[in-house]
Design a protein around this ligand. Structure first.
Ligand code: CA
Length: 344
């Protein structure tokens, strides 16, 4: 555990080398007014049988994103070790303080954990948690599936996502994993790697990193849960951890995931003013350049007409605006285009 500036202060009751099913907690120290030696318990379930690859499933990195935690905790209760070849490490509620508070940011220190990687064992609670994930949990994994939605801040077309990896072999492996997961869309994006996300840690460690966006708006997306549950089963089949062939049939009859890319700055529709945003499309809709993306209304001001926003390019709406009021500078729409493997 001696990596990147020190040993983790988080302990774990699991023996990761033991066959069978284990359920327990990672215990993170948190000094409180009422408990100087208090801890925060993070649920962990490991199912292992013999030799084979390790799949890491994480949910609840942001506390207001529900489809992943639901799918992972269902799997954690039902996965039979006798049907497993390899290991599945399940953390359905990574950021448990944020989950219990129903917030994106940690209620303990205000950090977004997905902007603090690789963390710091001696830092704030969130930095300590990020460091534990990167330095203790990640080295055991071959493939990391980190399950997100757009939270309260937006809605998302049901999709997996990945960086455009410079290494063609890793890019191909990651796209194959995305194809196996079987969401309606897979968004490949580039130019946004700020290095502080979990995805960046996974890539730095040479592992396969797949994310998801399976809903948002602070609600549980029913189809998002269905795709999440099928996706974790599909990934286990893809890795040979359980037997079977991934089912990637889409609701529209298409046999597979549609690979998309988000690479052009024109993909983003930004709000030039704060106001009440009226969108014109749902996520997953096809949109055209110049078409109206929505209006920002100033309902508090009788003399101020709404501002009309338009799309800067054609494609499919990946991310839609959050509920109601937007702030100047918010991305109220993000467009993805069909994937082309010609970035370098
Ligand atoms: Ca998220």
């Amino acid at each position: 555990m001696e990596i990147d500036g020190g040993r983790s202060r988080i302990t774990c009751t699991i023996d990761f080398d033991k066959d069978g099913r284990q359920a327990g907690y990672c215990r993170a120290p948190l000094s409180r007014n009422t408990a100087g030696w208090g801890t925060v318990e993070i649920p962990i379930i490991v199912v292992k049988n013999g030799k084979g690859p390790t799949l890491l499933l994480t949910g609840g990195v942001h506390g207001d994103e529900y489809e992943g935690p639901i799918a992972i905790s269902r799997l954690a209760r039902t996965l039979d070790p006798a049907k497993v070849q390899g290991r599945v490490i399940m953390l359905p509620a990574v950021n448990i303080p944020a989950i219990m508070a129903d917030t994106r940011l940690s209620p303990i220190d205000g950090w977004d954990i997905n902007r603090t990687f690789p963390g710091n064992p001696k830092g704030s609670f969130t930095q300590m948690l990020a460091h534990f994930l990167d330095s203790v949990i990640l080295p055991m994994a071959d493939l990391s599936l980190d399950m997100h939605t757009a939270g309260h801040s937006a809605d998302s077309a049901l999709s997996t996502n990945m960086h455009y990896l410079p290494d063609p072999a890793m890019r191909e492996k990651t796209m194959a994993a995305a194809s196996a997961f079987g969401a309606p869309f897979n968004a490949v994006f580039g130019g946004v790697d700020e290095g502080s996300t979990f995805t960046s840690c996974v890539e730095r460690r040479g592992k396969i990193s797949l994310g998801t966006e399976l809903g948002g708006w602070g609600r549980v997306n029913i189809e998002g849960v269905r795709i999440a549950r099928r996706g974790v089963d599909n990934i286990m089949k893809h890795m040979g951890i359980v037997e079977g062939v991934p089912d990637t049939t889409q609701r529209d009859g298409s046999p597979k995931t549609r690979h998309m890319m988000v690479r052009d700055p024109k993909a983003y529709v930004f709000a030039p003013r704060g106001g009440l945003f009226e969108p014109t499309h749902n996520v997953g809709d096809t949109v055209r350049v110049g078409e109206v993306a929505g209006w920002i209304h100033f309902i508090e001001d009788v003399d101020n007409p709404p501002i009309e926003l338009t799309y800067g390019m054609s494609g499919v709406l990946w991310m839609g605006a959050g509920p109601g009021r937007c702030t100047r500078g918010d991305a109220v729409g993000v467009i993805m285009q069909d994937y082309q493997d010609n970035w370098s």
